[in-house]
Write a protein that binds this ligand. Sequence first.
Ligand code: SF4
Ligand code: SF4
Length: 90
Amino acid sequence: MRFDSFVQAAGRAPSAGKKECTSLDKRLIINKSWCKGCGICVAFCPKEALELRGGKAALKADGGCVLCGLCEQRCPDFAIFLEETEAEGK
Ligand code: SF4
Ligand code: SF4
């Protein structure tokens, strides 16, 4: 399959003048009511982007999260996860 065909099949082809969602963005969500503060996500984050704050997981103020999803995979309580958001015009 040619690359441009693959891109179109994946729904990421640029839309000519049409306002529609053409790609997905992600953002990190922490559900603090589910977080028990075990620190597993903090320990496994490869970018050291997380910390425990007030007994709950939190993103550090200086950022660094690369949205790799390892924290989501490690959290035993599904309290931290990546949410896909549709982005327009990309
Ligand atoms: S692994 Fe889950 S429960 Fe543990 S601190 Fe991180 S978000 Fe909270
Ligand atoms: S998504 Fe990756 S970089 Fe971001 S906080 Fe989770 S483990 Fe760290």
